[in-house]
Design a protein around this ligand. Structure first.
Ligand SMILES: Nc1ncnc2c1ncn2[C@@H]1O[C@H](COP(=O)(O)OP(=O)(O)OP(=O)(O)O)[C@@H](O)[C@H]1O
Ligand SMILES: [Mg+2]
Length: 221
């Protein structure tokens, strides 16, 4: 069976002050359909960089990233955005909601961009499911951290992506909210047969994934 995702000898370099930093070094791994993976490693080891590359938000310096039949590393910007809009959902530690849009508008926007019918009702449905039925018209600044993260996750999964990339999705949350968020993520991948790649510093959370990938100084251990 083909893999959902395949990284081959991926390198990422940054050039700062005429200094070449090799942030990721010959990273290769594969992700199966329906697989859940936790990415762990020290601060600065390259975890966020890895998520950015897979999500096409950053370009590889060398190597290949293949998502389904697409060679992410060689696609044009608009082709990558199309994949990201529909097939890859990204969840960040700091939620990146649109500040002047309400909870329901933040979610329905993702549907409108993809020309999905009835975006408001579909957004309402998923926010209801996430326990936010009474917070639909709150702006992000009027929501708690856990609530904002639930809105952000609703927004990133409302198109039912096949892959979720989550970069410390519970990093800013207390243990009760962390559990809520991890339940939402793991329930989603189970219900929708999706895959999850999640960066986390939380061992308990990391252990919920089928596989753990450890990064050290830009290399997989
Ligand atoms: N735009 C950039 N230009 C230069 N160096 C960068 C840039 N972005 C990241 N780096 C460097 O790349 C390395 C990896 O950064 P990255 O954000 O991937 O780490 P991380 O594993 O996610 O760390 P943390 O756990 O603290 O979030 C760091 O040493 C960082 O300083
Ligand atoms: Mg990081």
């Amino acid at each position: 069976m083909t893999k959902l995702l395949k990284l081959t000898d991926v390198n990422l370099n940054y050039n700062t002050d005429n200094n070449l930093i090799n942030v990721l070094q010959d990273v290769s791994f594969e992700v199966d359909y329906k697989e859940t993976i936790s990415v762990v490693g020290e601060s600065g080891s390259g975890k966020t960089s890895l998520i950015m590359l897979i999500g096409g938000l950053e370009k590889v310096s060398s190597g290949k990233i293949k998502f389904k039949n697409f060679e992410i590393s060689s696609l044009k910007e608009d082709e990558i955005s199309e994949i990201r809009r529909k097939d890859i959902g990204i969840v960040f530690q700091s939620f990146y909601l649109i500040p002047n849009y309400t909870a329901i508008e933040n979610v329905s926007l993702a549907l409108e961009i993809n020309k999905i019918k009835d975006p408001i009702n579909k957004a309402k449905e998923i926010l209801d499911k996430f326990g936010l039925g009474k917070r639909l018209n709150n702006l992000p600044s009027q929501l708690s951290g856990g609530e904002q993260q639930r809105v952000a996750i609703a927004r990133s999964i409302v198109m039912k992506p096949e892959l979720i990339l989550a970069d410390e999705p519970t990093g800013n949350l207390d243990s009760e909210n962390s559990e809520l968020i991890s339940n939402i993520l793991f329930d989603y991948v189970k219900e929708e047969n999706a895959s999850l790649i999640m960066v986390t510093h939380d061992n308990k959370l990391a252990n919920l994934s089928k596989r753990i990938i450890k990064i050290k100084d830009g290399k997989i251990e």
